[in-house]
Design a binder for this molecule. Structure first.
Ligand code: BDR
Ligand code: CA
Length: 315
């Protein structure tokens, strides 16, 4: 099996950080062309430097990191320090990154990489979709070279940042609209799925027992992230973003259906909601494969096994 060309767009974010570690630990499956950062959970300066901190932690200096958009396309910026802490990766306790980001803007990197590639590239998106949408707006022809987009965002059921909307979509719904309308194969991993993959105490203890620096960072972050989620949802940390990478590694752990998804752009209670036409009420063509279930034990077994592959000592 040849490694799948992959670009990860993210806004670390504690769960983004775990997702990045899972991807960094899977070098046989992924030809990781780059990590692009976008403003989201915390401002851009922090998401992009966090991506570089996680790169060091994983011992993957070969993967370039690009800084992207510092604000959404239309709406005012929205952040989530109240969940992830002021650094975005509270609990990881990581030093300053060893290297700078690349000089190119993330949107230009996406356009250039997708224009030049001989083999279609998969995009894994873990944050607001601003970078990816602007790349599509800048050069729509790149869509022909996207193998698929797997995105953490939205929900068939209730939201988290509002009763109706999930954070990544709500933070830049206009960008999400562009991406969902792009005609590219798209898998949506929403809250319905990610709230099935909960970092329970026994699952965290299995990771902690690895005794490595990456495992300690993961548990430090998920302990804090879990506390916030217990306050809000009465359960521990949902593995939102790691589900994207897990799906690319082992799609058999997940189940879903093709359906029409529209992003609500009108003001009001449902701003930023993903309206999922499960029963085909609109008759409109489907534009997304929406995941509905995950084998949570299988997911955590894989996450733990992959984290064990990371180096004991960070760079
Ligand atoms: C999503 O929002 C962010 O806070 C997380 O990193 C995840 O990508 C969950 O709604
Ligand atoms: Ca995220």
């Amino acid at each position: 099996m040849s490694a799948r060309p992959l670009i990860i767009d993210c806004d670390p974010g504690q769960d983004d950080a775990v997702a990045l570690l899972l991807a960094f630990a899977s070098a046989e499956e992924f030809d990781l062309l780059g990590v692009t950062a976008v403003a989201g959970n915390v401002p851009l300066a922090r998401t992009e430097s966090n991506a570089r901190r996680i790169r060091d932690l994983a011992g993957r200096p070969d993967v370039p990191v690009y800084a992207g958009c510092s604000r959404p396309m239309v709406r005012e910026p929205e952040t989530a320090e109240y969940i992830h802490g002021p650094t975005g990766i509270d609990g990881a306790d990581l030093p300053e990154p060893s290297r700078t980001a690349e000089a190119a803007h993330a949107v230009d990197f996406l356009v250039d990489a997708l224009s030049a590639t001989q083999e279609p590239i998969t995009l894994a998106t873990l944050g607001p979709l601003t970078n990816v949408a602007l790349a599509i707006v800048k050069n729509p022809a790149i869509c022909g070279n996207v193998r698929e987009i797997v995105t953490m965002g939205g929900a068939m059921g209730l939201g988290n940042v509002t009763p109706a909307a999930e954070f990544n979509i709500h933070a830049d719904p206009h960008a999400a609209h562009v991406v969902f309308e792009a005609g590219v194969p798209l898998t949506m991993i929403g809250l319905d799925v990610t709230h099935q993959a909960i970092a329970t105490p026994p699952r965290l203890e299995a990771i902690r027992a690895l005794g490595t620096a990456p495992a300690a960072a993961v548990c430090g972050m998920l302990d804090l992230y879990g506390e916030k989620n217990i306050e809000a949802y009465h359960h521990g940390a949902p593995m939102h973003d790691p589900c994207v990478i897990a799906y690319l590694l082992a799609s058999e752990l997940f189940e879903g259906r093709d359906m029409r998804v529209d992003v609500e752009l009108g003001d009001g209670h449902c701003f930023g909601r993903t309206v999922c036409d499960l029963h085909g009420r609109t008759g409109a063509a489907t534009n997304a494969h929406v995941l509905q279930r995950v084998d949570a034990d299988g997911f955590f077994a894989m996450l733990t096994e992959r984290l064990a592959r990371l180096p004991v000592d960070p760079i």
